[in-house]
Unconditional design. Sequence first.
Length: 499
Amino acid sequence: MADVKREIERKYEGTDGELPELVGAGGVAEVVDLGVVELDATYYDTADERLGAASLTLRRRTGGSDAGWHLKFPVAPGVRDEIRAPLADTVPEEIAALVRSRVRGAELVPVVRLRSARDVRHLVDADGALLAEASVDTVTAERLNRAGGTARWTEIEVELADGADPALLDAVEERLGAAGVRPSEASSKVAEALRLTGGSRARSGRAAEPVTAGDHVLAHLREQREAILARDPGVRRDLPDSVHQMRVATRRLRSAFRSFRSVLDPDATAPVAAELKWLARELGVDRDQEVLADRLTGALDALAPGQVTGPVRERLASWATARHGSTRGHLLGVLDSARYLALLDSLDVLLADPPLRRKAAGKPRAVLTRALEKEGRKLSRLIEAALELPPGEDRDHALHEARKRAKRARYAAEAAVPALGGPARALARRAKKLTSLLGEHQDSVLARQALRELAAVAHAAGESAFTYGVLYEREERAARRTEAALPGRWRKARSAFPG
């Protein structure tokens, strides 16, 4: 079973292999010498080093107190999540799954072996509590996967103890700096090893500034593709908001294909768009359930005690838990499916050789503005048609369709911000507010459906359905309020569209 450790550390270039005096730095009362530990780590990647390109590191390490497989994800500068699994001859499945969206069908092969003599010191406070671990590492690197050599260097590493104040690292760094110790330019030992033993495969340099409409659209598409890949491990780990963010990226990609048809050939993008729609739908099963459960729980919490009759809270909790468990298992199956991995491959192929149309070479301002004008006209027709309908199922459906179009308009505006600046940013902001109002209405529709189902089950079990009726009536009033607010919200959004 894999476990997770949040790793907060800083690395420094070793000079003479000595650790400067650190007593007095940030509450350090004593430096405890624990001796030298021998570590032996083999790092794995694909032949074209996809993990390294995404700033991920995967290693099998022996020696020390945490021998095993370690997969590290960047969280912020100097902060990484380390996923650990027990020592085994091959990559454990729970680790392999977390890099599947990057690796796909490629083989993970050894790329670098690092052998380190780690001189370990514990920095403790006056009560003997651990503040941080400081070490001087003498590292020998050997390149394994292609022509290269060996390298040897010394570095200092300071890792914050669990629960310790991060300000300690600043105090220690100030003390190290006064002794002439500089922060390391390498983000990790393996990055330094690759640099010193022949370098990693050539990385694309900083992307050229977008010039044409096609440049802007493709930059947006690549950003969303990377967002899908980056969120995939979080979805597998069940991290908060990861499903939602991954779903948003799929929707933004699909929306861009449809909003910028003048830039990208829709016949070529349609198959990929269809698969993105499938993925968003699969992701939505779990996400929509989370949102609905939170909404119903919050509404129940807001009721007066006298309005709650029967085991409503228990039934709601078991309903939410059962649905989450079943949808989560299904979602993990989706992420491991051949269909999902084929979608990622098809995205790579499309972005490597994009099906650009003639207008892709045009000036971004003109081309993207026209695309936003079209989105505004289509949204206007849907909103106005929905408002003409009487309250009921037909209006609910029409407003849901308008909400989907409003999201597309918002995503198109966000994609156009680098080219159009303030006007696109203002449009995105207004469209987001409109989408939020329409989303509140749709949430009330789904909540009422769920409440009818829960009331029927409760009634069949001989329980009172009174509370479900109270909640239903409140949801119905909430829907009417959003419908009343819609014309004003739409007027503000419509004024931000060009044309």
